[in-house]
Write a protein that binds this ligand. Structure first.
Ligand SMILES: [Zn+2]
Length: 68
């Protein structure tokens, strides 16, 4: 039988990659295992659930110095 290092440690499955993820304040990306997984999930959620109205054209980038 395995002996846990710390009784207060709690591990969960990362919602993105299903890898063990430490669910603790030390894990800034909880319940995700890493920043990458967190970004992927947030990106998917944002694109699926939050359709942002086209208020500004995406190629209208000003203040960008382009070398000629
Ligand atoms: Zn992950």
């Amino acid at each position: 039988m395995e002996t846990p290092k710390n009784p207060t440690e709690r591990w969960v499955d990362c919602p993105q990659c299903a890898q063990p993820s430490l669910y603790a304040p030390t894990n800034l990306y909880r319940p995700f295992c890493s920043e990458r997984c967190r970004q992927i999930d947030l990106g998917a959620w944002a694109s699926e659930s939050h359709r942002v109205p086209d208020e500004s054209p995406p190629d209208d980038i000003e203040g960008l110095d382009r070398p000629a």
